[in-house]
Design a protein around this ligand. Sequence first.
Ligand code: FEO
Ligand code: CA
Ligand code: CA
Ligand code: CA
Length: 622
Amino acid sequence: MQDHDKEPPSFDDFDEINDPRSRDSDIAGIIERVLSRRAFLAGGLAVATMPFAKAQGAGKLDFKPVAANTRDTITLPAGFKWQLVVSWGDPMWLKGEEFDPQTRGTGASQELAFGDNNDGMSLFSKGSHIIMAVNNEYVNRGIFHGNRQSGKPENADDVRKSKAGHGVSIVEVTQKNDNWSIIKDSPFNRRITADTPMEITGPAAGHDWLKTVADPQGTKSLGTWNNCANGQTPWGTYLTCEENFNGYFSSTDQFYEPSKAMQRYGIGNRDWGYGWAKYDQRFDISKHPNECNRAGYVVEIDPFNTSSTPKKRTALGRFKHENAEVVVAANGHVVVYLGDDERGEFLYRFVSDGKFIKDGDNFDLLESGKLYAAKFHDDLKGEWLELSPQTTGMASQAEICIHTRQAASKVGATTMDRPEWVAAHPDRPEVYCSLTNNKNRGRKPNRGGDATPVGGPNPRRKNKYGQIVRWRPDSGDHTATGFTWDLFAIAGNPVVHSDARKGSPNITPDNMFNSPDGLSFDSTGQLWIRTDGNYSNKGDFAGMGNNQMLVADPGSGEIRCFLVGPRQAELTGLTWSPDRKTMFLGIQHPGAKGDGAFPGKGNDVPRSSIVAITRDDGGVME
Ligand code: FEO
Ligand code: CA
Ligand code: CA
Ligand code: CA
């Protein structure tokens, strides 16, 4: 506020002051338009004529909701407890070194250790073995390189360590005497980093735009990085999603002009401080302009075979992938819902050409299919717009799978408020997506120049708090063209605001939050929401405290806070043990801005970690 007072108001600020009753500040109007549960039900299945909450038979975990707070620990309701499973830098093999808070590891030690900033994760079972696959999204430079005065990578080994802090950690876990831990030296353990060989598959494989000096065929690349959220297929593979892949490219030639296509993806002459190009030329866009076309995909990994080559599935498009929610449609086609987490970008759906066959060979189902982008209409209907050479005017499906954002712009898909995770209900055809926030809504076009008007599922200008949209495919068929949608929750602060910023009626002073991000259903149909938002606990965010995990009843709309995270952390991946008695949760970037030492105390180095949450009475965690 003070900063604003020193400057003349911008056009938008001026407009807002003089137009306080604009459509997007009128919560009653927004609710009328986009929060109509009745309209959503009317467009749904026959079963929905029954009261929604009863129709679904969702479980309801019994607990007394937790109050917001700013403590540097995990807060759970009475009757629940947590324990640490693994943290950044923990060795996964006996020959590895224990984490050293002074040096914070070396390239060699990090290659044998759990990566930084764990995000999406899935569990896989084989006999009595439980294998955890976890994304390591990025490194918190100031902490990761905290042994350097500059807080930045300063030499080749620092960059080697940084590349090894990224990727995926696959590690066997076990529970002994009520205590979960990783199994060092398990034959299933594997580190996949920014240097692991990958195969490029699907429509874009071998396209000219993917060819480089090191790979003249355009079919083999090295590594995966900025792996945000995840997916799990019914045929037992792990999907890791490349999100902000752009931040690692830079140019040694300061006069190099990044192409328009590069700019659409935020690729420019400066990286985000990772410094990789200095020691690995492929990240220098002036020397290797096609390298960046080889990132931004969903990568499929066989977690049971440590020598398998991960496959970049270009059929699922190239953008800043959040997660990959896999559903087998009633007709057997595999549907993957995908968000592109950037202001004003799109929501996507992939439908496989082939069909899922139980116990059959399904391994290449993500190799070919149709890709769509979502269009939301104001009448609570929507449709999936196919991205093909015919609909986009682009030369080939390969081009569409590389320049996917451009393709979705060409068909006029709806610009969204940063689609994060998508989650499909386990028992009925209904899908939810977190739209985390978007300060540019109603003010600025996206990077492709598409307007971002206020309306539809993005009803508030300068959206600070985010919302959760949901849709139900026509006839309950995930492969149908049309769907019906509404907003499940509009986040806000009803203590500070009385206009649209107070949020929807299911947001109260006791459960308010901002920036919904992680979204997962448990097997009973409860929706678990993790936040990645403003944790200042001040101003517009007063009373919200640290980031949280909440649980929602899709039927009644009731939302309850189950967990408050440690300071400056975000809650990320979520999964359950096979017996459902343990919930595993990712604690990402604790103390990222200097205030916090989780899982330690005082001056300890804060470390991203996975925790196991159980009930004191040993019951199921859903
Ligand atoms: Fe890595 Fe969009 O969160
Ligand atoms: Ca996220
Ligand atoms: Ca986020
Ligand atoms: Ca994050």
